[in-house]
Design a protein around this ligand. Sequence first.
Ligand code: ADP
Ligand code: MG
Length: 729
Amino acid sequence: MGNIRFEALKTAFGHNPVAVEVPEGKVKDYFARDVFTRERMKEYIAQEVLDQLLDDVDNGRTIHRDIAGSVAIGIRKWAIERGATHFTHWFQPLTGGTAEKHDAFFTLDKSGALLEEFSGDSLYQQEPDASSFPSGGIRNTFEARGYSAWDPSSPVFLIGDTLCIPTVFVAYTGEALDYKTPLIRSTAALCHAAREVCGYFDKQVKHVHANLGWEQEYFLVDEALYNARPDLMLTGRTLMGHNSAKSQQLEDHYFGAIPARVLAFMRELEYEALKAGIPVKTRHNEVAPNQFEMAPIFEDVNLANDHNLLVMSIMERVAEKHHFRVLLHEKPYAGVNGSGKHCNWSLQTNTGVNLLAPGKNPYQNLQFITFLVNVLMAVQRHNGLLKASIVSATNEHRLGANEAPPAIISVFLGKQISEVLDKLEHAKAEEAIIINAKKEMKLGVANIPEILLDNTDRNRTSPFAFTGNRFEFRAVGSSANCGAAMLALNAAVAEQLMLFREEVDKRIENGEAKERVLFDVIKKYIVACKTIRFDGNGYSEEWKAEAAKRGLDCETSVPLVIDRYIAPESIKMFQYTNVLSEAELQSRSEVKWETYVKKLQIESRVMGDLVVNHVLPAAKRYQTMLLQNVLAVKQVFSADETASLNEMDYSIIRQIEHHSGAILEGVEAMTEARHKANRQPDERSKAIAYHDTVLPLMADIREHADALELIVDDEMWTLPKYRELLFVH
Ligand code: ADP
Ligand code: MG
């Protein structure tokens, strides 16, 4: 057999664009074709039942089992008409991604007759085998067996011949074993708290909801090359590989023409996403070669998160058909931009007002400032927790690297908003508020200018930026479930709004005028939240020093950042908002540590295999060739001549010897460190040991392997190189 790398390259170059059949005509002809939308419900569910269902859904009430029975009949009829044979409860375990348990709609009874299986009960509740999902020691704390239960606020949909039912996954004793449950709880807490605060400004507001617009970044790599890289296959990232001579210096990939093969993939991906009711809109190249982005129009946070998870699995499926693999890992290639998932987040009232957009009059502007400042307070008070909500073994490589969000959470506001806050801070109540007969008030600060709405003043180094009418949480990882970050943000802001209201109400009860109190408290907050505001360069060394001085969380070790979940202020906040109990927080951090350990353990093993089975044999083969050459040269030339002739060969031979020796020593030390880490008594200590001892040794080994890649004859190198992984499409 020849060199597997060349075999793979030959196959990759033979891959042509795959023909895609997307129907002609308008998107609206197939948008949400595979979703049991409210429109469709009208056809399949009796009016009375439907009214009850929607009323319960819209008001966040539990659906009655009797209703579920009637709804199930409607769903089944629709699904079977569309060719479905199976159904699955679709849920979001703490390991990330989604999980499914498929069942057929029909079974046969003893006589061989068909029995219909999909009842109200199977819509309502299922019992997947919970033992195979992590519960983070929950077994000791509470009942680990769990069930999945229908989340009627997210519509059921079809994937191929399977009906997918979005569900929560909870323990029998009620504790959440997934991301969806606390996300729903956090949204409820936030929306309630926000509505109460809106009451100061507009009594018409009956409901507030939280929006999420995600931007999913990803890499594509040819399937043949992927299959020739065991590290990509097993860990999702390259554990070694020297930088390509041409990388992203020119940034010519950004907004450049999309290659034909990729375009075919994207067309099909968009078509599949649109059919699933995901309103995808933008497609473009990203900064790095072979890196792309997909973003839909924002939706309600729970639905948007379901859609993001769904898109990730659709991507994988469509990519395979196009002989690509999609890399959702945050850092598949060292030295090349990583992938994130910007989470655009905002609050909107049932009256159509975006609470994070400047308003049309001073009153609305004060409402906007109120929400803005409360978000700042929440992010400041829980900056460590917010960081914990986005860290993972995979996102660790992206954070704090010089082309991604820094490992310190701060908020970018931009010049205009900063000026407004500065003015307000120094305004005297007397000059700032004039209450006229209609109780309208005028702020000392001028109306916030309209141009703010298309704010182009972007600071890409900020992990949490205000972008005109929303906040953009940019530190979230590309492979993450956005729910983890969103539920922490929702809960933190909910708590903050509740505290704000308590304070304001108390003073109003004591007879102070509402406007004056609002003004006073906001002013106080503006001063208090100054430490989280930072518009400068988040990558700079000065900022690290400054942030530490300000008392912001500067921890960079993932296992230690995870501690923030169980810090007293986090526990208090999650309890106060009813989003997560202490036991649930304990179990979540356990799962995070456990996952961290597993990922690093696999990486370290794969790294050992790669250097021993690929790198060293290639290096030795080349070294032997050089040694034979030296001997041959000696036989042919005189001693005088060979001295200078062999100099270069000698040097390379020595370098190979040096790097190979260092790799062997490194692998031995890494294996030893791993064994020691595995012997630690608990998951947290294991994670810390992996972080502190195994990870640095892996970096050392990589350095030597990459050095060998530069020296060894290209024809002998068996692992596809960066230039091939990044530029073949
Ligand atoms: P950029 O890359 O410049 O940040 P994109 O257009 O790629 O912008 O993505 C912006 C994302 O923000 C989209 O998902 C969009 O729907 C979302 N978005 C826009 N306005 C809001 C809003 N008010 N609340 C939440 N998300 C929003
Ligand atoms: Mg963005």
